[in-house]
Write a protein that binds this ligand. Structure first.
Ligand SMILES: [Zn+2]
Length: 395
């Protein structure tokens, strides 16, 4: 089959086109046309979507792939009478394509700028549904990234043209351009004066100004370089609105103006630290009193239920009691939203058989060392756990 004519290269701003069907693949519900404006997946840019209007029937284009120069359009359903020679009209989902071209052209400008400023190579690129992922081969500081971001946006605002060319071999050999791999045959060069010069097979805007703006959202160290999350154009605007909305929600929760939320969080954090300190002191004092009370009947199991104790505090109480009455089994219990949390300890006895019996009786789970076990019972209240422990320890 002859190679498909690539209208997305010849007329990159064409949203609709007419073509003829070259081949129908009923098994996979796909068609090849003599020409198409649908960009197939490639070079980090996702495939276009849209609609093909057949005579009397429409089919949604779900995916587009190139195989040996032939571009296949994956359809939701193949019209029953579709056949080679049919005339079709295609309509590209333009909002999606424009978004991809904004992200892709913006990525060129940022990658070219990082290369020019710091010699960084772009070693990975993917337009995701939320943000654009870009990987560099060298580590970069946030200051360096900010400088590149400023200069890349300056290229956008200077509205440089995006020039596409297929240089002859001699001219290509004399040209300095970025490329991810060794290329064979004719090479398509994308040049944005002051921004980038790169071999690329994707679709691009006509002018840098159409990118609007570039914003780096996050940068993390990845495989010896950086992994950047970047948004351009419409996505940058959406991200700004999402951030504003989050700030408003956080501000309402803190009863603070958006510009004062960090200060309000610091104040809450300080208050919590002070409360933690008080809680620690009160618990210590209470545990000492309970230990003294338990010591008055040193041969009776010491079992106490207190509200709201975390596993760490349950363990502190049980171990404090076990130190006070070493000859018996001690238990600290606390009601949880799913039953009862427990810590059972003894200075003289292996409590693990008791824990096993408790877990079996109270739908519990947990374990630990011979002298101290922790867990929870989903099917029992603290009163029921205490009753079970007293009965079992008496028998
Ligand atoms: Zn490109």
């Amino acid at each position: 089959m002859a190679a498909t004519q690539k209208l997305y290269y010849e007329q990159p701003l064409a949203r609709s086109f007419t073509a003829r069907v070259c081949e129908v693949d009923p098994a996979r519900a796909r068609v090849a046309l003599d020409a198409t404006a649908f960009y197939p997946e490639g070079g980090g840019q996702p495939a276009d979507r849209g609609v093909l209007h057949f005579a009397g029937a429409d089919a949604a284009v779900l995916d587009v792939h190139e195989q040996a120069g032939v571009i296949w359009h994956q359809l939701d359903t193949l019209p029953p009478n579709a056949a080679a020679g049919d005339k079709v009209q295609g309509e590209v989902d333009w909002a999606r394509r424009l978004d991809h071209m904004q992200q892709h052209t913006g990525e060129h400008i940022l990658s070219g700028t990082l290369h020019r400023l710091f010699g960084a190579e772009n070693v990975g690129f993917h337009i995701g549904t939320e943000a654009v992922r870009m990987d560099t081969d060298i580590p970069l500081s946030w200051q360096q990234l900010q400088l590149a971001e400023q200069q890349a946006n300056a290229v956008i605002w200077a509205d440089a043209p995006v020039n596409i060319s297929w240089p002859e071999p001699a001219a290509l050999a004399a040209l300095t351009y970025r490329s991810k791999k060794e290329l064979e045959g004719p090479v398509r060069i994308v040049e944005i004066p002051g921004g980038d010069c790169c071999a690329c097979c994707g679709t691009h805007l006509a002018h840098a100004g159409q990118v609007g703006m570039i914003k780096i959202l996050t940068a993390e160290h990845y495989k010896g370089g950086m992994r950047l999350s970047v948004v351009c154009g419409g996505r940058a605007l959406q991200e700004y609105e999402a951030m504003r909305s989050r700030q408003q929600t956080i501000g309402a929760l803190l009863s603070a103006k958006p510009e004062e939320t960090a200060h309000a969080v610091q104040r809450l954090s300080d208050e919590k630290a002070a409360l933690d300190y008080n809680y620690y002191g009160l618990c210590q004092q209470l545990f000492e009193q309970l230990a003294a009370q338990a010591a008055q009947t040193p041969n009776t199991p010491a079992i106490y239920t207190l509200p709201g104790l975390s596993p760490a505090w349950l363990a502190r109480l049980a171990n404090r009691l076990a130190a006070a009455v070493p000859n018996v089994v001690c238990a600290a219990l606390s009601e949880t939203d799913r039953g009862t949390g427990y810590c059972i300890a003894s200075a003289a006895q292996d409590v693990r058989p008791l824990i096993k019996a408790l877990n079996a009786a109270g739908t519990g789970r947990g374990g630990g060392k011979p002298g101290s076990c922790q867990g929870s019972c989903a099917g029992a209240s603290p009163q029921q756990v205490e009753e079970f422990l007293r009965q079992t320890l008496q028998s």
